[in-house]
Design a protein around this ligand. Structure first.
Ligand code: HEC
Length: 165
């Protein structure tokens, strides 16, 4: 079993839990300027969707890191939440809406099919999360994180450059 094998393609690989956790931190640390007021309601909704994903991933990461005692019910709820939210990505992004505070790249709507594919991959990864044991999380959450980050790398403006390479 090689849980962390090529979690990230390109220039980074994850071989350890600490490395994964740093990456998760980069992912969930990503947010809009504290009080950035997004006025467009469609943009607001898609950012809310992403924020809920951040909450779910944080719960799972806390259990993986041992910061929170493993709790199967909570882990399963986080998994369900991720399945739902990743399944909604397409719908929430379909309309090409922009906002000065948005980090979405216009490329999304130039390459809509690829964006949809990334969203589908994220949904698959969410379904494949094994939430019954901590080991299950350790084995399956890296793939989820990879799906989040790989979409961000292409379609979100702030690069995921928290991990130096
Ligand atoms: C299919 C592409 C895609 C996937 C998959 C994806 N995201 Fe995102 N995410 C985006 C885009 C695009 C934005 C920027 C949205 C905006 O600002 O309008 C974003 C924004 C965010 C933000 C807010 C950052 C900011 O700019 O304020 C967080 C947090 C976030 N995503 C977490 C996640 C997590 C956690 C996952 C995986 C469970 C995930 N995302 C999966 C495309 C994606």
């Amino acid at each position: 079993m090689k849980p962390y094998r090529s979690v990230l393609t390109h220039h980074r690989t994850l071989r350890s839990l600490p490395a994964l956790l740093v990456l998760i931190l980069a992912l969930v640390g990503a947010q809009l300027d504290a009080a950035a007021p997004i006025t467009d309601k469609h943009v607001k909704r898609r950012v809310e969707l992403m924020t809920s994903q951040k909450a779910a991933i944080t719960t799972l990461a806390d259990m993986m890191a041992g910061r929170m005692v493993f709790n199967a019910a909570k882990a399963r709820a986080a998994r369900r939440s991720l399945i739902k939210s990743t399944g909604d990505i397409r719908k929430r992004f379909k309309k090409p809406r922009m906002d000065p505070h948005s980090h979405a790249r216009p490329l999304i709507w130039q390459q809509w099919e690829d964006f949809e594919t990334r969203a589908e991959r994220a949904e698959d990864a969410a379904r494949q999360i094994s939430a019954y044991t901590r080991n299950g999380l350790l084995r399956t959450v890296p793939n989820m994180v990879q799906a989040c980050l790989s979409c961000h790398e292409t379609y979100r403006d702030t690069p995921n450059d928290f991990v130096t390479h």
